[in-house]
Design a protein around this ligand. Structure first.
Ligand code: ADP
Ligand code: ASP
Ligand code: MG
Length: 470
């Protein structure tokens, strides 16, 4: 049994879904779980819709729909425009894919219309209340994946595949953090095999949604942005899959983000640790938590290109199966914030760092890089959320300054500590730029530092030239 996950770009339109159906079909009759994301851009739109709605009537003056009807009256107009755009996009996709099969098409059209009626109701309530809880946001976000999977399920049926539909909210059970639920693996490991055993009796494929999940008592949650990869890995772990395939819009993990640098190349084999470090330090190609469940069961993960399915892609294997040392890839986080904490009291004081980290812990914000001197601690965080609260609390016992417009660059590879002359090559390549907060990862597989955001492209390009070009 294998798991195939198709990201937003791999289901962006009718043609992309036709490619997906072919890819899944090639694999039949091997049993396959297909995990799909929302169509590209839909999750972003749903977030916008929800936030606009929460402003109540504030958005009223903007972008009136071309033909406003009474259904739109209670919603903020921007939300209404976005929602009708989404509805049209999904209906058109269904028409394209299911053309020629009246029964499947009318059934799907009906489902899409019902889902949008429900979504509009929720959005209307939010705009009346002018209040958006995480719980409501998770509910709204679930529509993206439910819509895409409902359409793709029927496209598979139309192609003749024996395919069942499963609602991920009855499989992927999390705690009550609505927007970044913590998976309850023991329950997932019970539910997934139960369902698959049942469905695979009469089907070769089971399609479900990535990203969306629920608490044990059925309240909708999500696994956090980009979480569909995580769903695929959790299902792969629970079902003891022989392989997890992440189908995306690039042929595997590259030496750096191909959207940033032109001459990147695909890495054919890499270790779990390298892949985990790369994604943790910014490479969007995999969700940071994906690797964990796969490592636990030693399931190979393959990253493949749905636009060019015959390309080799990247195979991610157990650490002891990968022998290549040295720099493998460069990742980065474009927007990070550096917090500098200065306190004379820190000198010879016990418990200062404990107190400091307690503040970050209280706000649930994780720190990426840290560097310390006798009286100074600098930390990087990759979100602006809760920053005011954190700075306020730290200011009670230290002098705090915040630098925005910074980026973090990480050079990732195996046994970097043992690679002689590496620091000279890295810092030689970027000697024209201001570099701060250099940190060699405790894991020995990354060296990270902070640069000005305006220098990021130049720094990543220079490093890429040094290690991978020529
Ligand atoms: P999906 O919709 O399939 O989940 P994502 O947009 O989440 O796709 O991830 C794929 C993108 O990740 C690529 O288009 C690429 O721009 C980006 N990316 C960042 N770093 C890397 C890397 N090292 N290798 C490949 N892709 C990367
Ligand atoms: N649709 C979700 C997102 O855009 C999950 C995913 O695509 O992995 O974040
Ligand atoms: Mg993704």
């Amino acid at each position: 049994m294998i798991v195939m996950k198709f990201g937003g770009t791999s289901v962006r339109d009718g043609e992309a879904v036709e490619r997906l159906v072919k890819i899944v079909g090639r694999n039949s009759p091997q049993k396959t779980v297909v995990v799909v994301s929302a169509l590209a851009g839909v999750t972003d739109s749903l977030i916008k819709i929800a936030r606009h709605a929460a402003k109540g009537q504030a958005g009223k003056a903007m972008n009136l729909p071309e033909e406003p009807d009474e259904r739109h009256l209670d919603m903020t107009d921007e939300s209404a425009v976005l929602i009708s755009g989404l509805e049209k996009r999904h209906l058109e996709m269904a028409e394209k894919l299911l053309d020629g099969n009246e029964e499947l098409l009318s059934e799907t059209t009906e489902i899409i219309k019902q889902l949008f009626t429900k979504l509009k109701e929720i959005v209307r309530v939010i705009s009346v209340l002018e209040e958006l809880s995480d719980m409501s946001m998770a509910k709204i976000l679930s529509y993206g994946e439910i819509l895409s999977s409902s359409i793709i399920h029927r496209a598979m049926l139309k192609s003749g595949l024996r395919c069942a539909f499963a609602d991920a909210r009855s499989l992927i059970i999390t705690d009550g953090k609505y927007l970044k639920g913590e998976p309850q693996t023991d329950i997932i490991c019970r539910k997934v095999p139960e369902l698959l055993e049942r469905e695979f009796r009469n089907n070769d494929v089971v399609i479900t949604q990535g990203f969306i999940s629920a608490t044990a008592d059925g309240i909708g949650t999500t696994l956090g942005r980009g979480g569909s990869d995580y769903t695929a890995a959790l299902i792969g772990m629970a079902a003891n899959a022989s392989e997890i395939q992440i189908w995306t819009d690039v042929d595997g993990v590259h030496t750096t983000d191909p959207r940033k640098v032109n001459k990147t190349r695909s890495i054919s084999v890499m270790s779990f640790s390298e892949a985990a470090e790369l994604s943790f330090f910014g490479a969007k190609v995999l969700h940071p938590a994906t690797i964990q469940p796969a490592v636990e069961r030693n399931i190979p993960v393959r990253v493949l290109n749905s636009m060019q399915p015959d390309r080799q892609g990247t195979l991610i294997l157990r650490d002891d199966e990968v022998h290549e040392n040295g720099v493998r890839a460069i990742s980065f986080k474009e927007n990070i914030t550096v917090i500098n904490v200065f306190s004379m009291k820190m000198l010879n004081a016990f418990g200062f760092l404990t107190r400091l980290f307690e503040v970050f812990g209280k706000y649930g914000i994780s720190v990426d890089l840290i560097s310390t001197s006798e009286v100074n601690v600098s930390l990087t965080v990759d979100s602006d959320t809760s920053l005011d609260g954190i700075v306020g609390e730290l200011s009670q016992f230290a002098v705090v300054s915040v630098s925005r417009d910074k980026s973090q660059v990480s050079v990732v590879g195996k046994n970097l500590k043992e690679t002689t002359g590496l620091a000279k090559r890295i810092f030689g390549a970027v000697s024209d730029y201001n570099i701060t907060m250099i940190s060699q990862g405790a894991s020995d597989i990354n060296i990270s530092f902070v640069v000005n955001k305006s220098d990021l492209t130049a720094v990543v390009s220079a490093l890429h030239r040094e290690f991978f070009e020529g």
